[in-house]
Design a protein around this ligand. Structure first.
Ligand SMILES: Cc1cc2nc3c(=O)[nH]c(=O)nc-3n(C[C@H](O)[C@H](O)[C@H](O)COP(=O)(O)OP(=O)(O)OC[C@H]3O[C@@H](n4cnc5c(N)ncnc54)[C@H](O)[C@@H]3O)c2cc1C
Length: 504
């Protein structure tokens, strides 16, 4: 009986319903009411079927409550989206890697038997400097080179400062407001005048947050490091965030989780408005569907909250938070070859590029069996803005020229070329995640980050304390939000339809 509740949500103070979708449809045993304009009462409405929304829904169902998940897009998984390419390579257009300390994600992947394989990384990596200098190295960064010593000194300092961050109550961190008032750029420039080191630090910020150092709160940088377990965890491949990939794509876990929800997920239902009281909510979608519930879990990134009209308006702190947490700007471009030919020259396919190249970072994204070769190029921040504005053929030329500098002329002739420009994708409007601008944490963090607003609860990776910004963080955020809702509903004496059935 997915989606239907025995008790009627209290939305009496909201006022009479108007507009389309006011006829109630019994969703029957499958809970898969179809077609636009249905109306249903349930315990909890979940907005968004990314990893956070799916995990929240799953936790609520396990606790005996009924849910309806409203997803704007035509698929589950959100910022994690995998598809076989024309040449048969499974391409991860969004999130793809999993690391060993991402315990929530590891556990969920194990639960559904989703297999992983180590990220391809053997061989020499390449660094291309702004002046065209090309250097081979192994490990996270070259041991010697312009700016390396200063870069390492500053990143060690970042780790020391991140060690003091309270990831549950960030505002209790020593010097919280002082660090938050600065951009990462302010802090880096106060530390070093070495332009090469600054360039390396800038590429690190671009690679992790898809933003420029001038845009991001320095406190947010420290919070994020603390949340992931340190700088190396964010940057490195083996045993760190980029450790492994999924044989069947990183959204396989999301699809498996959605199947356990047995029809409670409704695709193609963008929530446009939410009316709410302290004890009830009513969500309306673009197709005229109306879902009334006791509580809502809103599992969309802050930047997407902007597109939902709330009545009454959100608390000012939440509204302020949303406005100070823009999405990063990133494109993921795959060039696919008949074989990973760069390995024959001892190259790993991993590269970092400075200067005028559109590409910042390259990885070998070949399939597990290496039946084809695949390079993935990341385009970030300001470079993304410039590159994305070019005509199709110039964009392609720019990427393939950069890849050719990394692995040789063979890169100019891929059998397939696939771009995903995230700021142009429908409901997410960027990636990898929303970052916090200077002053955002101190002004709005305490009351606006993830504090429920009456019957509205917040999930999404941006609300996570551990692995914030990652799939793992999305999962833990869904678990936390489900826990909040279950506690609130039980405190109000509600057990939910499934639980009351169990009780009898
Ligand atoms: C290019 C890229 C690379 C990345 N690489 C990695 C990686 O390697 N490893 C890693 O761990 N993480 C990575 N990430 C980050 C990771 O994908 C995200 O942290 C995670 O997927 C966020 O999950 P979520 O559920 O919080 O949000 P989302 O996945 O954004 O889910 C939100 C859902 O809500 C829907 N939605 C939005 N507005 C509405 C509305 N009004 N009504 C209904 N539905 C709505 C959206 O369509 C979406 O499905 C990457 C992200 C990108 C973009």
């Amino acid at each position: 009986m997915g989606g239907v509740t025995a008790t009627t949500p209290d939305i009496s103070a909201i006022g009479p319903e108007t507009g389309p979708g006011t006829g109630t449809e019994d969703t029957g045993d499958t809970g898969t009411a179809t077609g636009p304009g249905f109306a249903v009462d349930t315990d909890v409405v979940v907005v968004g079927a990314g990893y956070a929304g799916l995990t929240a829904a799953s936790g609520l169902v396990e606790a005996g409550f009924e849910v309806v998940v409203l997803e704007a897009g035509d698929r589950v998984g959100g910022r994690v989206h995998s598809r076989p390419s024309r040449s048969g390579v499974r391409v991860d257009h969004g999130g793809q890697w999993i690391g060993p300390s991402q315990l929530r994600f590891q556990e969920l992947a194990d639960r559904f038997g989703c297999e992983r394989f180590p990220t391809w990384e053997s061989g020499s990596h390449i660094e291309i400097r702004g002046d065209g200098t090309r250097m081979a190295y192994t490990g996270a960064a070259p041991e010697r080179g312009p700016g390396i010593a200063e870069y390492e000194r500053v990143t060690a300092l970042l780790d020391r400062l991140a060690g003091a961050v309270d990831v549950e109550r960030p505002w209790d961190t020593p010097r919280f407001a002082e660090y938050d008032a600065q951009s990462a750029e302010d802090f880096f420039r106060a530390q070093t005048a070495d332009e090469d080191a600054l360039e390396r630090l800038a590429l690190a910020v671009q690679g992790v947050w898809c933003a420029e150092p001038r845009e991001i709160s320095f406190f947010h940088v420290l919070f994020y490091l603390a949340s992931a377990g340190g700088y190396e965890q964010l940057m490195e491949t083996r045993d760190c965030a980029q450790d492994a990939r999924f044989t069947e794509g990183a959204d396989a876990v999301a699809h498996a989780l959605a199947r356990t929800l047995e029809g409670r997920v409704r695709l193609g239902e963008p929530v446009l408005s939410i009316r709410h009281t302290p004890s009830g909510v009513e969500a309306r979608t673009g197709s005229g569907t109306v879902v009334r519930a006791h509580r809502a879990v809103i599992a969309v990134p802050p930047a997407a909250v902007e597109h939902i009209a709330f009545a009454p308006e959100l608390p000012t702190a939440r509204r302020g938070w949303v406005r100070h947490t823009p999405m990063g700007r990133v494109a993921k471009v795959h060039a696919i070859y008949d074989r990973p030919f760069w390995r024959e020259a001892g190259l790993s396919g991993i590269a970092t590029l400075y200067g005028d190249h559109p590409v910042g970072v390259v990885f070998d994204n070949s399939p597990e069996d290496a039946s084809r070769g695949a390079l993935v190029a990341f385009v970030y921040g300001d470079r993304l803005d410039r590159w994305a504005a070019l005509p199709d053929d110039e964009r392609r030329r720019g990427i393939l020229a950069a890849l050719s500098e990394v692995v040789g002329a063979g890169a100019a002739q891929p059998i397939e070329y696939v771009e995903t420009i995230w700021p142009r994708t429908g409901w997410t409007i960027g990636g990898y995640e929303c970052f916090v601008t200077p002053g955002g944490w101190a002004s709005y963090g305490r009351a606006g980050w993830r504090e429920p607003a009456g019957s509205l609860h917040w999930a999404g990776t941006e609300t996570a304390s551990v692995w914030n910004g990652y799939i793992d963080g999305a999962i833990s955020s869904g678990e936390r939000a489900a826990g909040e809702v279950v506690a609130a509903l039980r405190a109000a004496g509600r057990t939910g339809m499934s639980a009351s059935r169990l009780a009898y």
